[in-house]
Design a protein. Structure first.
Length: 273
């Protein structure tokens, strides 16, 4: 299938302000883009790009004072399959893990493995290692945390999410990531698009989403503790240790977000070019 995706963010800035933008489709999906999701700004400004330490594609710019709009709009080809499932995927012993996965066992800004390790082993120590253990963690987090945008707080950590029992998708993900790492499962935080393809209406307003990937059976697998079900049309933007590594925008100065739109949906053949 063909999927159109993109976003538009509007700011009001009191002074020229440097920004780092992380809104482009992840490099692992670039080959599937029919129309690249180039970053466009109004007014136009010079943009330079680089890869961060996790391989994510980032853009740098200096936004002028006043009203400033940035966004992307692309079309990507997708196989139309749901998130893969591997019920027999094993959990590796720590000593057998590839070295590049080890950083995803450690605590990070929003994932306090030291605070939640004992609780993780109390809750999940008797589960079978592997896919079933991760799914048990997702089931618990999905049922323990109440979703609501009114509960959004940029500074909420996994331990606070566990205590408060409320949050948005990033909070669900941070808590599940922390429990998985505490159980010696390498787990990385992901952000990107999740579509409503294959789901019955009515549809909520579209937003960016957070989920996680766990290293089991020699590869990374997608898990989504917020939705807790395989989805169609999931498109990765960036991955890291937690949300601190992959902010969609990082603004080095005072700013007011005045507009925010996200779209992703199936595009009929012959449209969107």
């Amino acid at each position: 299938m063909r999927i159109r995706l993109g976003c538009e963010l509007a700011y009001q800035l009191p002074a020229p302000t440097p920004m780092i933008i992380n809104l482009n489709v992840h490099y692992s999906r670039v080959g599937s883009l029919e129309r690249p999701d180039h970053l466009v700004t109004k007014p136009a400004v010079p943009i330079t790009s680089y890869r961060d330490s996790f391989g994510n594609w980032c853009n740098r710019l200096v936004a002028p004072a006043g009203d400033f709009v940035l966004g992307t709009d692309g079309v990507i080809h997708d196989e139309g399959l749901s998130d893969p499932v591997g019920l027999d995927a094993i959990q590796h012993e720590v000593e057998d893990l590839p070295s590049e996965t080890l950083q995803f066992l450690l605590g990070s800004r929003y994932c306090e493995t030291d605070l939640l390790s004992n609780e993780a082993w109390r809750l999940f120590g008797n589960t079978a290692p592997g896919w079933g253990r991760v799914q048990a963690i997702c089931d618990f987090v999905h049922n323990h945390v109440r979703f609501g945008y009114e509960n959004s707080r940029a500074t909420r950590t996994a331990a606070e999410t566990y205590s408060e029992g409320v949050g948005v998708c990033r909070d669900f993900t941070h808590l599940a990531v922390t429990f998985c790492r505490a159980m010696n499962i390498p787990t990385r935080y992901c952000t990107g698009y999740i579509s409503d393809i294959g789901l019955p209406p009515p549809y909520a307003s579209m937003d960016f989403a957070a989920w996680m990937e766990c290293y089991l059976g020699g590869r990374w697998w997608t898990f989504d503790p917020r939705n807790n079900a395989p989805r169609f049309g999931r498109v990765l933007i960036a991955q890291g240790r937690d949300a601190a590594d992959v902010p969609l925008t990082h603004t080095f100065g005072q700013n007011t977000l005045t507009g925010f739109k996200v779209w992703i949906g199936e595009e009929p053949a012959g449209q969107g070019k």
